[in-house]
Design a protein around this ligand. Structure first.
Ligand code: CMC
Length: 429
């Protein structure tokens, strides 16, 4: 006889038992509400800070098995996708659910090419940023401001309209990102060249001087692989931000701007930047053992190590390591990379890291690669944002179509003062 797919809970306060259905390895938190200690009791809730054990949606986009180190986009293993697909194919796959047939890809690429230009007023407010403004601060501001240029984006219940806005975002983010890069360097803005492919156009907008840039196919493919590896990672902090903000019914530019803000944090997208700063701080291979000991004493973390979900080697980190070698073959070996390799080897053999299942994550090598390509440290997270955009958009689209979703609104356990009377200023001490 097949086991019953239910959970029986006995409330020892009342002696009552409840049988809750188990579906997909979960119980519904709302099913707990009926469990009350008596009249006037609101009913039982779950307490789950940081959503460590709460599924907030059903999703058909990305599958992760953190213990086995598996990552799949729409069922395709990341290793195959990174080896064979282009970034725009991956963006299509994530957003539309299937790999595009030739005609579908042609339309997708054409639509994105058509929308790469941004309104020239955007340049005016970019000019308002200080010369040393962090590019992520500029990016999130400008992407949020796009909603004012496209008021039609508010019509989020029309699928055709959503398609256009997703295309606009995919087309314009590299342009805005490149403008932020040029602003930081005091260089004139380089406009999109729609005869180039997605990556080629972005690289040209960042590095072209006097209208000239000599493309390097190996470096461009390496950048494309890095963006593919970042394209989606299910319900991470920034994606949850896009979903939560998007659940209010706001336009996708505002929702994606919230995702960029979340990505800016050092524990999320900012970690690749933190890895470089850490390597800088270590300074020399001879100081690695002392640094490891400091981390083990709890005085700082080994940045680029550890992951909330992966408790074995991050599959993206394995692929990135290979990309790092391809890139350094072009640009020359870098003492920072040598230090990173040694740091990794030492940490992987150390009981502290082994027992806590701390392995290199996607950010351990990505910063080194970006640096070798010529991007400054504070720009790395911008590249992560370009990579993650297709995932944010696919998750936003899925959220809008999901009839089980409502405006995101967690509960709390109130621990503040009990009701009390207002004290006029003279009576306060
Ligand atoms: N270095 C040293 N110790 C660590 C590290 C680390 N990088 N990460 C976790 N630990 C220790 C932590 O001190 C704790 O030890 P103990 O049990 O003795 O108190 C234990 O491992 C568990 O840590 P946790 O903070 O409960 O783990 P978490 O799942 O909440 O944190 C993490 C995940 C990614 C925030 C964390 O591993 C970390 O801060 N890593 C460094 C920052 C980093 O590389 N972030 C990039 C994440 S991947 C890119 C992305 O998806 O955004």
């Amino acid at each position: 006889m097949a086991a019953k797919q239910t959970l029986t809970i006995t409330d020892n306060r009342t002696g009552k038992s409840y049988e809750l259905p188990i579906e997909d390895g979960t119980i519904k938190a709302m099913d707990l509400r009926q469990i009350a200690s008596g009249p006037g009791d609101f009913g039982l809730m779950t307490y789950d800070p940081a959503f460590m054990n709460t599924a907030a949606c059903r999703s058909a986009i990305t599958f992760i098995d953190g213990d086995k180190g598996i990552l799949e986009y729409r069922g395709y293993p990341i290793e195959e996708i990174a080896d064979k697909a282009t970034f725009l194919e991956v963006a299509y796959l994530l957003n539309e659910g299937e790999l595009p047939a030739a005609a579908q890809l042609e339309r997708w690429e054409r639509d994105i090419r058509f929308h790469t230009y941004v309104h020239t007023n955007i340049i005016k407010f970019l000019e308002g940023f200080r010369y040393d403004a962090h590019p992520m601060g500029m990016l999130l501001g400008v992407v949020g401001a796009l909603s004012t240029f496209y008021p039609d984006a508010k019509d989020i219940h029309d699928p055709e309209n959503r398609y256009i806005q997703r295309v606009r975002l995919l087309a314009k983010l590299p342009t805005i990102a490149a403008f932020c890069f040029r602003h930081s360097r005091g260089l004139p803005y380089e406009f999109p060249r729609n005869d180039l492919d997605y990556i080629g156009n972005f690289v040209n907008m960042t590095f072209s001087i006097g209208g000239k840039h000599e493309p390097n196919a190996v470096l461009q493919r390496a950048l494309e692989i890095l963006l593919i590896l970042h394209a989606d990672h299910e319900q991470n902090c920034s994606t949850s931000a896009v979903r939560a903000v998007g659940s209010s019914g706001v336009d996708p530019f505002s929702a994606v701007s919230a995702g960029i803000a979340a990505l800016y944090g050092p524990l999320h997208g900012g970690a690749n930047e933190a890895v470089l700063r850490m390597l800088d701080e270590i300074g020399d291979r001879s100081r690695i053992p002392a640094f490891i000991e400091k981390v083990k004493r709890g005085e700082g973390r080994l940045m680029g190590f550890g992951h909330r979900v992966y408790k074995s080697y991050d599959p993206r980190a394995k692929l990135i390591k290979q990309v790092a070698y391809d890139v350094f073959e072009q640009t020359g070996m870098n003492p920072m990379l040598e230090m990173a390799i040694e740091l990794e080897q030492i940490a992987l053999k150390d009981e502290y890291f082994i027992s806590r299942k701390l392995y290199p994550n996607v950010d351990f090598y990505s910063g080194l690669i970006y640096q070798a390509m010529g991007y400054p440290t504070d720009y790395f997270t911008v590249l992560f944002a370009i990579g993650r955009l297709p995932g944010w958009l696919a998750q936003w689209e899925e959220m809008i179509k999901d009839h089980e979703q409502k405006i995101a609104r967690p509960r709390q356990i109130y621990v503040g003062p009990a009701r009390r009377q207002y004290v006029p200023i003279d009576g306060r001490r």
